[in-house]
Design a protein around this ligand. Structure first.
Ligand SMILES: *Cc1c(COP(=O)(O)O)cnc(C)c1O
Length: 414
């Protein structure tokens, strides 16, 4: 074979270092998870070699007989998992899934309602630095000041006033369930299409731990790598009425050749998520997030909306330390082996680069096998870190304790 005989130690050593980091530090980023060895094996398979532009039975290249079976399997498994009419499993990412939906159902300049970015919405819901915000006229709804939950009265008022072609529900930093029935009513009242972006919560929905948007929304997009615990990628579910337009928008509209190695790994993840044990996993993610929230509140952290009913907790740091920014808190946590991200809180007085909040999630630690018993320990480790955020000796001591905790829950031994 013509491939290099010598190992590429440079890259392989870096991958080993990253595996070591994942095994020995706490992963609390709400959009991350530990995927299964089967998913990783398939992602690294010979399927990466194949070009398969088009769809099963309608490809532009030869040699796709096996690939067609794989993509059909992924589509039928995900339709069964979520009870959907149609699926497109080709999106390279959640953002691409959303862009394909916009291309399919909107004209440039059309009006869309989405959750404001600084209240928990995603870049692909109309941010001015994202193509969605540049091509379409996004109008933002937000959370109400009183309870920090989505203000459906405001959504209805904005819908009546702006008559949007599309209403997008779904969030990237919102700890509460989003009721798809209310959004459906508002969409019907103004004749809008209803897209539910379930990127974060697809695993909660599959596991029965979040209200199911599929019977109510026209289109549901999601990522496969967050709570659903599959390979990095996206997916679009829709009613039959939108199937053709979405497929056409995805290819040839937005993407070229699909990543069939990732699509096969998605099929593996869809089967894993259909097992009874995945329902336990979804419920445990929520129980852990609630235990983590309670532990953090005990240490004086204010929780946005007062708590959580998902896998995610949003912390307002100001009640703990008025001077401490999200940026400095994230850096201190990196030094103590706690991986999380800074995040704006609703109406944050600081910039999105600095912020006054932290976002934490339980998908990864729950996959590792941690339960409610470990969440107060994590809250304590975080509080110790942030109380002494500029004391390297304390951060080193916390890091050792983090490694001790993680040693009992190693995700990728060997
Ligand atoms: C993560 C996320 C996306 C985008 O997913 P990528 O794969 O990072 O492009 C879209 N929408 C929401 C609500 C998300 O949380």
């Amino acid at each position: 074979m013509p491939w290099s005989e010598s190992n590429d130690d440079e890259v392989f050593d870096l991958v080993a270092a990253e595996r070591q980091r994942q095994n020995t530090t706490l992963q609390l980023i709400a959009s991350e998870n530990f995927t299964s060895p089967a998913v990783m094996e398939i992602t690294g398979s010979v399927l990466t070699n194949k070009y398969s532009e088009g769809y099963p039975g309608k490809r532009y290249y030869g040699g796709n007989m096996v690939i067609d079976e794989i993509e059909d399997l992924a589509r039928s498994r995900v339709c069964e998992l979520f009870g959907a009419d149609h699926a497109n499993v080709q999106p390279h990412s959640g953002s691409n899934a959303n862009m394909a939906v916009y291309l399919a159902v909107l004209e440039v300049g059309d009006t869309v309602l989405g959750l404001s970015l600084d209240h928990g919405g995603h870049l692909s819901h109309g941010s001015p630095v994202n193509a969605s915000g540049q091509l379409y006229n996004f109008v933002s709804y937000g959370v109400s000041a009183s309870d920090e939950r989505i203000d459906f009265d405001q959504m209805r008022d904005l819908a009546r006033h702006h008559r949007p072609q599309l209403i997008v529900a779904g969030a990237t930093a919102y700890p509460r369930q989003i009721d798809p029935v209310i959004v459906r009513e508002i969409a019907d009242e103004v004749g809008a299409i209803f897209l539910f972006d379930a990127a974060h919560i697809a695993g909660l929905i599959a596991g029965g731990a979040h209200a199911d948007p599929v019977p109510h929304a026209d289109i549901v997009t999601f990522t496969t790598h967050k709570t659903l615990r599959g390979p990095r990628g996206g997916c679009v579910l829709s009613t039959d009425a939108f199937a053709k337009a979405i497929d056409k928008a995805m290819f040839p509209g937005l993407q070229g050749g699909p990543l069939e190695h990732v699509i096969a790994a998605k099929a593996v993840a869809f089967r894993e998520a259909a097992q009874p044990a995945f329902r336990d996993y979804a419920a445990q993610m929520v129980a852990n997030a609630q235990a983590l929230a309670a532990g953090l509140a005990d240490h004086g952290f204010r929780l946005v909306s007062g708590g959580t009913d998902t896998h995610l907790v949003l912390v307002d740091l100001r009640s703990f330390d008025t001077e401490l920014t999200g940026k400095d808190a994230q850096n201190a946590c990196d030094a103590s082996g706690i991986t999380l991200n800074r995040n704006t809180i609703p109406d944050d007085p600081r910039s999105p680069f600095v912020t006054s909040g932290l976002r934490l999630g339980t998908p990864a630690v729950t996959t590792q096998g941690m339960t409610e018993a470990q969440m107060p320990v994590i809250a304590e480790l975080l509080a110790r870190t942030l109380r002494a955020h500029d004391d390297p000796a304390v951060l080193a001591a916390v890091r050792a304790d983090v490694a001790g905790l993680c040693a009992d829950y190693v995700p990728y031994p060997g």
